[in-house]
Design a protein around this ligand. Structure first.
Ligand SMILES: Cc1ncc(COP(=O)(O)O)c(C=O)c1O
Length: 400
């Protein structure tokens, strides 16, 4: 018997990424020049004013101790988050009761489930989706029901299609736009429907919005909290990871309904002692990043997006340009398994893209390319893709 096993861990779904990592490591061992377009991890550095703020704050011995407020977060950081929500989304949140800093938003997903749900509670999770939502619910002992995101609905949740008994039992529903992996942005009208659903069914509405700044339409994507009455039912997770190239810093937040924010806070007060004070101070600087820095970043993603969409269309994939996020969600020809495509792409071009099945069964038939690869490498990857023979042979058998 394993020394350390739990039913909780055993209940997690098999991790497709384990197999992906194995195959990629094998290709590297065999000497292939692998270009990894799988990771959603910005390749450009954190803005220099943020690094400078960290450097200065790290000199101050007060930041070498437990941070003021512990897991509640520095009052100044909470105030900066509140001001950012007001500027970015025209949303007012009380920094005392409706804002909580997180060590990256992913950490908050689990603490939300542990603090707000009981074992056996029903949680609705979109499919395809970032796998952490389902994992957090399962680790908290909740029951997960998948809600399909279908191309015919623009990959938005169709609240009317959720069976009445399921809606009545649900304690929480997740949504995330701009969406990883489908790259669509949700309009405010969608959020109005979401809030209405949550109010009617007495369900906690959980929005994950880390890509709000990464949109190709010129405006930030909306927040669910712009909808009247949203705070009665909703919280929003957000993150500095993607907008400010800060994935390694672990800085994020949950804002919105004070009961739910309070539940996450109680979990964290019993689990951690908050983010490093200097990281919180540098995070304030990040939230004050001038718009031109973000738009220069978007110019880079736009250039890369155009290169990838052109290449994939050239090889015969009917790709829609992403509306937001730094991903391209490419549909494969009917009947082509995403894992087979992944394997063939790796073998023929040494390029890595994530098979859609990694995001759930409704992700099957798609593959996700990330734009967070330096320009020259991305061009090289797309040159290889365009030059490859037989990347899309007819009707590869489904293998799941
Ligand atoms: C939809 C989504 N939410 C959350 C995260 C994690 O963000 P953080 O770095 O803040 O934990 C990611 C990272 O890939 C993501 O794609």
């Amino acid at each position: 018997m394993d020394l350390a096993r739990s039913q909780r861990l055993d209940a997690l779904p098999p991790y497709v990424y384990v197999e992906i990592h194995r195959l990629v490591a094998e290709a590297r061992r065999a000497g292939r020049d692998v270009i990894d377009m799988g990771k959603g991890d910005p390749d450009t550095p954190t803005p220099s004013h943020v690094v400078a703020a960290l450097h200065d704050a790290a000199q101050d011995p007060v930041n070498h101790q437990y941070p003021l407020g512990l897991a509640r977060g520095l009052p100044e950081f909470r105030a900066a988050i509140s001001a950012w929500y007001r500027r970015r989304f025209d949303v007012r949140v009380d920094p005392e009761t409706e804002v909580l800093p997180l060590m990256g938003s992913k950490e908050g997903n689990l603490h939300f489930c542990l603090g707000a749900l009981d074992p056996g509670d029903l949680v609705l999770v979109p499919d395809p989706a970032f796998p952490a939502y389902e994992a957090a619910a399962i680790l908290a002992g909740a029951e997960v029901r998948k809600v399909p995101l279908l191309v015919e609905n623009g990959f938005l949740i169709d609240f009317d299609s959720i069976p009445r008994d399921v809606a009545a039992r649900a304690r929480a529903i997740w949504m995330s736009y701009p969406n990883n992996p489908t790259a669509v942005v949700a309009p405010v009208e969608f959020y109005e429907k979401a809030v209405d659903f949550a109010q009617r069914t007495n369900t906690i509405l959980v929005s994950d919005n880390p890509y709000a700044d990464i949109t190709f339409g010129g405006e930030p994507a909306p927040s669910v909290l712009t909808v009247d009455g949203a705070k009665d039912v909703a919280v929003e997770f957000n993150s500095l990871s993607k907008s400010y190239n800060m994935t390694g810093w672990r800085s994020g937040m949950v804002v919105g309904n004070p009961d739910v924010v309070g539940a996450v806070r109680s979990m964290k007060l019993n689990t951690d002692a908050g983010l490093f004070g200097a990281v919180q101070i540098a995070s304030i600087a990040a939230l004050e990043t001038p718009d031109h820095v973000l738009s220069a970043q978007m110019d880079t993603y736009r250039r890369r997006r155009d290169r990838v969409v052109t290449a994939l269309r050239r090889i015969g994939l009917a790709v829609e340009p992403p509306q937001g996020t730094f991903y391209v969600w490419a549909p494969l020809p009917e009947g082509t398994s995403s894992m087979r495509f992944f394997t063939r792409l790796l073998e023929e071009t040494a390029v890595v893209a994530i098979p859609g099945i990694g995001y759930g069964r409704y992700g099957e038939g798609y593959v996700r390319f990330s734009l967070t690869v330096p320009d020259a490498r991305l061009d090289e990857a797309m040159d290889r893709v365009e030059a490859a023979d037989g990347l899309l042979p007819d009707r590869l058998p489904r293998d799941n």
